[in-house]
Design a protein around this ligand. Structure first.
Ligand SMILES: Nc1ncnc2c1ncn2[C@@H]1O[C@H](COP(=O)(O)OP(=O)(O)OP(=O)(O)O)[C@@H](O)[C@H]1O
Ligand SMILES: [Mg+2]
Length: 312
């Protein structure tokens, strides 16, 4: 057990991961604890960097001083602390410039979500994908908070997989991660509760807060009645399609099983049914699911029948 309290309210949050995932967890815990102790000048600097990065890749010191109305010595002192905490980076060439990094962006988002009462405590890490990290948190009840991290590993591969990636700009990872979170929240809002997806609770910057699903990923389950679950997934894919949406990354890894029913997660890459390649994207989704059920349970479902079940 450990405590990471973001607001005044004290609560205990379980942490099984503290030894195995000490590095990432430590960064997040530091970020969470800093929110309470973050000085108003430090917050103001983070905010000015967020605004400044719309114009600059590296925000000049002069710009930060003007935006925050702080003295040069105060700004330098606060920036050194923010760099030490992994929230800001410094680049001396060709001028002294500073940039927000994911740690700082996480802090700004957590700070807003705490202030507006969406969450009050951050718990352990419960998932990590190619382009996100997911934590347990406490809102009105237990919730999941997903921090989108688009472009963290390879920005060019991220762009290949997404239609909505910003073309240029000074800070593509920041914009792309925010857009990714906004798109995921948009899909959850459009689909819940007609389709079994996590209840959307809140969204800020590159984060989405949603209901915490208690259950394993489909690939980790041993289903007693796989045919029924396959039917359920195809039915949800059909309702989703009639809402004008295709998941576009549907697979056993993006389905959680909670008390015998499936919950479809991970929506940022969804495409509209009017998309030029809608048919082939939907076919790929359906193929992923049919292949999984064939391989693991030897359940054979005709691809044409599955497509008709979804589209008709
Ligand atoms: N609402 C939730 N409740 C419980 N666990 C969740 C929730 N959302 C995500 N997770 C966990 O976090 C993992 C990663 O989430 P998700 O698939 O949305 O992110 P991702 O970065 O897109 O992953 P990938 O790129 O690998 O598909 C999931 O496999 C799941 O174990
Ligand atoms: Mg996923």
């Amino acid at each position: 057990m450990f405590k990471v309290v973001l607001s005044g309210q004290v609560c205990q949050v379980r942490c099984d991961f503290i030894v195995r995932h000490i590095t990432t967890l430590t960064i997040m815990v530091i970020a969470a604890e800093r929110i309470r102790t973050l000085n108003k000048y430090e917050k103001s600097i983070l905010n000015s960097l967020e605004r400044g990065m719309k114009r600059y890749e590296w925000v000049p010191l002069e710009q930060i001083k003007t935006a925050t109305k702080l003295s040069e010595s105060e700004v330098n002192y606060r920036l050194a602390r923010l760099i030490e905490w992994g929230m800001v980076r410094f680049n001396p060439v060709p001028y002294d410039g500073y940039a927000l990094v994911f740690g700082g962006y996480d802090t700004l988002a957590l700070s807003t979500l705490t202030r507006n009462g969406t969450i009050s405590a951050l718990g352990s890490r419960i998932g990590e994908g190619k382009e996100s990290v997911v934590y347990e948190a406490l809102g009105l009840g237990p919730v999941a908070i997903k921090f989108h991290r688009v472009g963290q590993r390879s920005f060019s591969s991220a762009r290949l997989n997404r239609d909505y990636m910003p073309e240029g700009g000074h800070c593509p990872w920041l914009i792309a991660s925010r857009l990714s979170a906004e798109r995921e929240y948009q899909a959850l809002t459009a689909l819940h509760p007609k389709v079994s997806v996590p209840l959307p609770i809140g969204q800020n910057r590159h984060t989405v807060v949603m209901a915490l699903i208690n259950g394993p990923n489909l690939n980790h389950c041993r289903l007693e009645e796989p045919e029924e679950v396959l039917d359920e997934i195809l039915t949800y894919a059909g309702i989703t399609y009639r809402e004008g949406i295709i998941h576009a990354d549907l697979s056993e890894y993006n389905i959680l099983m909670e008390e015998g029913r499936c919950v479809i997660i991970d929506w940022p890459q969804w495409v509209a049914t009017s998309h030029l390649n809608a048919q082939s994207i939907l076919e790929r989704d359906i193929d992923n699911i049919l292949t999984f059920f064939k391989r693991k349970y030897n359940v054979v479902y005709d691809r044409g029948d599955a497509m008709r079940c979804v589209i008709d």
